[in-house]
Design a protein around this ligand. Sequence first.
Ligand SMILES: Cc1cc2nc3c(=O)[nH]c(=O)nc-3n(C[C@H](O)[C@H](O)[C@H](O)COP(=O)(O)OP(=O)(O)OC[C@H]3O[C@@H](n4cnc5c(N)ncnc54)[C@H](O)[C@@H]3O)c2cc1C
Length: 385
Amino acid sequence: MNANFLTESQSDWLDVVNKFMDHEITVEYVRHCDSNREYPYEAYEKIAQQGWLGILIPEEEGGSGGDIFDYSLMAEGLGKFGFDFACSVLVPTFTAMNIIKYGTAEQKARYVKPFIDGQIRFSVSISEPDAGSDAANTKTRARRDANGDWVISGQKLWCSGAAADNTVIAMLVRTDPDDKHGGLSVLLIPNDTPGVVIRKLPTLSRHATGTTEIFLDEVRVPADALLGAEGEGWKVITEHLELERCAVAAAYVGNAQEAVNAANKYAHQRIQFGKPIYEFQVLKHMLAENQTRVDAARLLCYRAAALKAQGVAAARETSMAKLYGSEALKQCALDGMQILGGYANLPEADMERYLRESVQSTIGGGTSQIQRTIIAKSMRLSSAS
Ligand SMILES: Cc1cc2nc3c(=O)[nH]c(=O)nc-3n(C[C@H](O)[C@H](O)[C@H](O)COP(=O)(O)OP(=O)(O)OC[C@H]3O[C@@H](n4cnc5c(N)ncnc54)[C@H](O)[C@@H]3O)c2cc1C
């Protein structure tokens, strides 16, 4: 067991993913996709070829049957050059697990193998203009027509990856206007369905994955697009969010570690007043403080992943990992900007990308305030809002 409490095989697996990022993906490619707002199709294909898209999918369903700890380590490695890149792979992988868990045999036959092979992707569309932190305030309406097919109208917002080729969107919709939580369902909607209009948003972060708004005007999908039972959408999405938070927290750790490493390296190279700038104690302390933050975030992450891998309920621990990991990334990227000085502003320094991604990390997947509310509830502080 190493200093991060990883076994030899876990440590080797993290090493494999990190080396894959260094040599097969490269920081230059990640930077290019960010600068040009290009989806990383080539990298996604390479990852599919490794068989990593199916890491969490049981062997009997065609995947490699890894557990959530293995998955978190992969997320940590994929996150090293920025959360956005990791997001392009993680969003499809954690969304696919909803189909593994709730899909019918027919849905699994249609989607699972093409997904593992990299031929299709998944996005998750929960948010709307009036449904952010209050996600159950979903208004996009799905009604059944006389044949039992679904007719959907409304607007979704901030759906990451929905504009990428061959993406199936797991969309939270309202099937009963009179029941806030029990009136929600999830529909699987291919992004080329007639009537689905997807517009990329010019966001500060998430340039490569792309974040979108989606307009639906009497869009028709067949009855069997329903994932899980009608009215079960809130349950599907709540469980989805727990896995999502576990994955993204690990990617924040990978990115925060890279931000500290890059700042440390630069502090050794940059000479001012006749000495490397790391010799100024104020910078030494900044780096030491941030490495401590990264280690704490990593251990919170590993704890949440270890509990979930054992099938133990871990909503509180997952929220702690997500909260602390995102805030740690933001601080490490901000201090990284300070240590790299003016150079930090250039894309080739990578730090400005880490900073942009970190600003979103405390918002997406449930804001830091919402994570604190979940943690507070677990402390029986639920009357506090
Ligand atoms: C780049 C990007 C990518 C995204 N990707 C996706 C995606 O793929 N799929 C998807 O469905 N969504 C996605 N989102 C949406 C994201 O999940 C929401 O932005 C987030 O949940 C917050 O919702 P909101 O932006 O409406 O903020 P609001 O909910 O309006 O919150 C505004 C502020 O009020 C605070 N606040 C709100 N309610 C409370 C409360 N009860 N207690 C304390 N404070 C509170 C919030 O913490 C925040 O600081 C993405 C967003 C961005 C920016």
